[in-house]
Write a protein that binds this ligand. Structure first.
Ligand SMILES: [Zn+2]
Length: 433
């Protein structure tokens, strides 16, 4: 009885922590663009995967040091980047009835009615759903997707492993023949929560053509972990989802959209092919597969906001110095390559909402930004470029605090312990006030 009560308290606290931190992060990282993108549709014909020479696929596999570098620093920015509308990724969490929402309102729960309208909107606008394998080939420039006659590819994803998927979402997706991706963290399934999917449901969902992928083992903030701990999160979740969910995991969504530079390297080593953030924009040819842009869809999204997210435009960005997710402990100058020939006056560069000094070399497309250390856990850099009514965006994430759990010497710390400590700290802080 007591242990049940304890488990309930822990899981409730854990879920709240997850939501709180994600909402906090969302507020800072995934702002909505002022204007949806319109215009030029690149002509394209769907190419069969079989047409891609195996040698090309092998060459793209990150086995050598050079290939590893290219996976995070794809060198060239395509000259026609403006014509690449890219592939947006939508990120859902819960799809609930009006009654469920009234009982337990969270910003992440989208109502069934909203979801039905959003899927209808996508269908009306000629969107068709693709899965991560095709998206990967697209951003590698190895497969053309069909943009002809206003058609648009999109990826629809669900985080965590809530059973609303089978109770509500799946039927609606079926009506439009949309296949989707479920990023699941196994401890949620193993806890057999009232709202979590069962392994049998996960297997059935996969048989129905949806992809089952990883959301780590227990949804930690990866920036608080050592490399060994991160590796375990990626390896264990993959193994368990494959064994119990009948999956073939190759893709991952970062919990809270947070990652470190090690995350990218470890994912590659463990055979993961893509990973999703919570950054703005659609995924273009040349995008880093371990930094896929993905929009959180929230309760507050009306039709206008949904359209803005879905039609958002991207500014291509490559790292020339510094690394994605690197730890900034003292003032650092980070150099990016973005398209050349742009007007400096049309840029806005900011960390969260604070404008930053930057320099831009129109000839080379080099953009240099000073990133300051911060007491916050992380900084999200936004680069906005407005051209007429169209806004193009790029994001970069920097961490500031080193692995606090690792430093405390509890390399095998379980989430329960961490949360318990935090609760104790909170209680103590409250008492101190
Ligand atoms: Zn999540």
């Amino acid at each position: 009885m007591y242990s049940r009560y304890k488990a309930f308290i822990f899981l409730t606290a854990f879920i709240f922590a997850v939501f709180g931190a994600t909402v906090w992060f969302q507020n800072r990282s995934a702002n909505i663009p002022e204007t949806p993108g319109p215009e030029a549709q690149p002509a394209g014909v769907a190419a069969d995967l079989a047409e891609v020479p195996p040698a090309q696929l092998v060459a793209a596999a990150p086995t050598s040091a050079a290939a590893e570098a290219s996976a995070t620093q794809p060198s060239e920015i395509p000259a026609n980047w403006r014509d690449d509308l890219g592939v947006p990724i939508l990120c859902y969490h819960q799809i609930v009835t009006d009654e469920q929402y009234r009982e337990r309102p969270t910003p992440y729960a989208v109502t069934v009615k909203q979801f039905r309208e959003q899927m209808q909107w996508l269908a009306d606008k000629n969107f068709y759903a693709i899965l991560p394998n095709d998206l990967l080939l697209y951003i590698r420039g190895e497969k053309k997707l069909d943009f002809a006659n206003g058609k648009r590819p999109i990826m629809i994803t669900f985080d965590d492993g809530n059973n609303d998927f089978v109770n509500h979402a799946q039927k609606i997706l079926d009506q439009h023949n949309f296949k989707s991706v479920l990023y699941i963290y196994p401890t949620y399934i193993m806890a057999r929560k009232e709202r979590s999917l069962t392994w049998a449901q996960i297997q059935a969902v996969r048989k129905a053509g949806h992809a089952i992928e990883s959301h780590t083992m227990w949804h930690p903030m990866l920036s608080t972990m050592t490399d060994a701990e991160q590796r375990a999160q990626f390896a264990d979740s993959k193994r368990i989802l494959n064994q119990k969910g009948g999956a073939d995991v190759k893709h991952l969504a970062y919990p809270f959209g947070i990652y470190t530079f090690s995350s990218l390297r470890l994912l590659r080593e463990l055979g993961y092919q893509t990973a999703g953030t919570t950054f703005h924009g659609a995924n273009q040819v040349g995008e880093d597969p371990y930094l896929l842009r993905r929009f959180l869809i929230v309760k507050g999204d009306g039709e206008k906001q949904f359209a803005q997210k879905t039609l958002a435009r991207s500014l291509p960005l490559r790292y020339l110095s510094g690394e994605p997710g690197q730890v900034i402990e003292s003032q650092a100058s980070v150099k990016f390559k973005i398209p050349g020939g742009l007007e400096q006056s049309k840029f806005k560069v900011r960390v969260f909402s604070t404008a930053q000094d930057f320099s831009y070399d129109k000839k080379t497309g080099e953009l240099t930004v000073q990133v300051a250390p911060s007491k916050k856990r992380l900084s999200v850099l936004e680069i906005l470029y407005k051209e007429g009514s169209v806004e193009y965006r790029a994001n970069a994430l920097f961490n500031h605090k080193r692995a606090t759990i690792a430093e405390a010497g509890t390399a095998k710390a379980k989430p329960a312990k961490v949360k318990k400590k935090k609760r104790k700290k909170k209680r103590k802080a409250a008492e101190d006030e």
